[in-house]
Design a protein around this ligand. Structure first.
Ligand code: NAP
Length: 346
């Protein structure tokens, strides 16, 4: 099946319209007619070659929501007409210890990323900036009724990437949580942490988005450009989620942690980060990382969002505005996720 898509032809080049081939629906596959695809900063890192060499042309997009148009003969959990989502991975071995424990994102045999990955049939995966996608049914999530489909799309990456560490490190009543960077991931972290009952502070480069941050659920909002911020918030937080796509001063943020507190990096800049070990030793602090979440946890997150009426704040765009949207994300001028309307690819 040949479908319309937007692809980057080479590293750092603008995306342009193209067509790509989608495989025939196999017994365990689902064909999804895509409605919306979110634009994650990871798409931009990939297209710009920030994370090293990878195959081109690439169709990015790993925040996909759509409606099932066809199911394979062995698929039992999904039906034609269901609204579903696909996130950052489309397959894994299903047999290793990590897959069996629900951590498919850490598959020991290599999970298959939604784009720029090698699928289990040897083909290169292509993502959601397209009209249709064929995905193994085990990697297709149910989008509950009650979440607007455009607002649901970013949950498939930004949502699960922040939900997972918030849950793992115990965000909840009585916990002080800081979110660094109020972009796509950051605004989801604020909404989710507040819904979990934690007290949330946003640490942003400036106070430009303060009103939004407080509306999204934060009770405090500070500018990291103000040196007083770090003195005033010293040793305050149980958990800090760093969503920044660029290097940060790790030591400065570690100084904001209470004893036994944890700074979790979900932001994935190209450059290495460094820290002084004494920043960890003093205060028994932890520095951790986290990558998306497993399939069951992603479904749990979608159900949590439906129960708490949480969706992303989105700006819906036509596909031909994708390069402009990339520029705006790079300029931290996104409120708070661009989502491509796949109907504009027809
Ligand atoms: P985004 O929408 O661009 O948000 C990043 C935010 O970081 C910006 O809005 C800005 O917030 C802040 N920021 C940007 N440049 C900065 C700088 N030089 N110094 C300080 N703050 C800066 O990006 P996103 O889509 O949320 O993604 C964020 C990062 O997470 C990316 O690196 C992405 O690849 C990564 N990611 C990781 C995973 C994972 O599984 N770990 C999954 C998805 C994405 P303010 O304007 O508020 O300062």
């Amino acid at each position: 099946m040949r479908v319309n898509a937007y692809a980057a032809p080479a590293a750092g080049r603008p995306l342009a319209p193209t067509t790509i081939e989608r495989r025939a629906v196999g017994p365990n596959d689902v064909l999804i007619e895509i409605e919306y695809a979110g634009i994650c900063h990871s798409d931009i890192h990939t297209v710009n070659g920030d994370w090293g060499p990878q195959p081109f042309p690439v169709v990015p997009g790993r925040e996909i929501v759509g409606v099932i148009a066809e199911v394979g003969s062995d698929v039992t959990g999904h039906r034609v007409g269901d609204r579903v989502g696909v996130g950052c991975m489309v397959n894994s071995c299903g047999e290793c210890a990590n897959c069996r424990s629900g951590n498919e994102q850490f598959c020991l045999n290599g999970m298959v990323p939604t784009y720029a990955g090698t699928d289990r049939d040897g083909s290169t995966t292509q993502g959601g900036y397209s009209t249709h996608v064929v995905v193994d049914a085990g990697f297709v999530l149910r989008v509950p009724d009650g979440i607007d489909p455009a607002a649901a799309a970013p949950l498939l990456c930004a949502g699960i990437t922040t939900y997972s560490p918030l849950r793992r490190w115990g965000a909840g009543p009585g916990k002080q949580v800081a979110v660094v960077g109020l972009g796509g991931l950051g605004h989801m972290a604020v909404k989710l942490a507040a819904a979990m009952g934690a007290e949330v502070t946003v640490l942003s480069q400036s106070l430009k988005k303060q009103e939004d941050g407080l509306r999204l659920g934060a009770t405090d909002y500070r500018a990291t450009s103000d040196p007083d911020t770090f003195a005033q918030l010293a040793a305050r937080f149980d958990l800090i989620i760093n969503t920044v796509s660029a290097p940060i001063d790790v030591d400065a943020y570690l100084s904001l942690l209470a004893v036994d507190g944890t700074l979790v990096n979900v932001g994935a800049p190209a450059e290495p980060l460094s820290l002084h070990v004494m920043s960890l030793v003093g205060g028994r602090r932890n520095y951790a990382g986290s990558m998306i979440g497993g399939i069951a946890e992603t479904q749990e997150m979608l159900d949590f969002c439906a129960a708490h009426r949480i969706g992303a704040e989105v700006e819906i765009i036509a596909a031909d505005r994708v390069n402009e949207a990339y520029e705006r994300v790079l300029a931290s001028d996104v409120r708070y996720r661009f989502v491509i309307d796949a109907a504009t690819l027809q």
